[in-house]
Write a protein that binds this ligand. Sequence first.
Ligand code: G1P
Length: 295
Amino acid sequence: MTLGKSIRKAVFPVAGLGTRFLPATKAMPKEMLPVVDQPAIQYVVEEAVKAGLTDLLMITGRNKRSLEDHFDREPALERALELKGDTGRLDAVQHASGLGPIQYVRQGEPKGLGHAVLCARQHVGDEPFAVLLGDDLIDERDELLTTMMDVQARTGGSVIALIEVDPSQIGAYGCADITAIDGEDFVRVNSLVEKPSVAEAPSNLAVIGRYVLHPAVFDVLEGTEPGRGGEIQLTDGLQTLAAAEEGPGVYGVVFKGRRYDTGDKLSYLKAVITIASERPEFGEDLKSWMKGFLN
Ligand code: G1P
């Protein structure tokens, strides 16, 4: 692998069962839940494309066909909109399929995020790559992925994204023990633990769903035993890389921008309302309605 080689590949693990949203996700992938007027996953794919990633791979599973349909052309619908002269909706429909060719690999069994990433091995090969989780939306006005890609090129290691959370919340995330690096805007990650109890947590720095990984992670994941929840955890694989005396280390970018979590019902509702309230077409109307509603 060449240090500083520009990153082209993005992996989207979307095989999760979406149990937190049942029954809505019984027959529909959670990634397709609408956030205002587009599925959550489209925001994430747009973020990757905006950061310059052109080789897009989704790790899917059973019941995920609508994801492929969403990012594919839909000639009959396009023709109908064209005939009506509805160019606004036609553009929106074509935008989703124009984000680029997306390739798909199936995970087969829900054996965890680490296992999902391992399913990308053959496609990714021996180069650094990004992993974007669908539950986290990053506001397009804030930079995160490009900063992480820059840190990867400078360090040659793997890079994770961290946010500060209230210590009581840390058990929902991977958690990092870090050391600041003089004069740098990124940190060294000493160790990682997946979903620790409040007492075990080494910090209040939580891993969020953006990673820029060195391909060495694949060998490590091959040998990673199931961890929390009986699943092969990406966090455990990265812990092995962080703890190794030699080889590419792990670094962190502490993100201070706007992130919208769509991973559980309450956070999802907050994300929808926040994003909707900034839409020029109806944001102001929504906010004034909400004021009345709250009174
Ligand atoms: C996964 C990771 C966890 C990370 C989180 C971020 O957990 O395992 O380390 O903090 O994503 O969204 P999940 O939320 O899929 O259980």
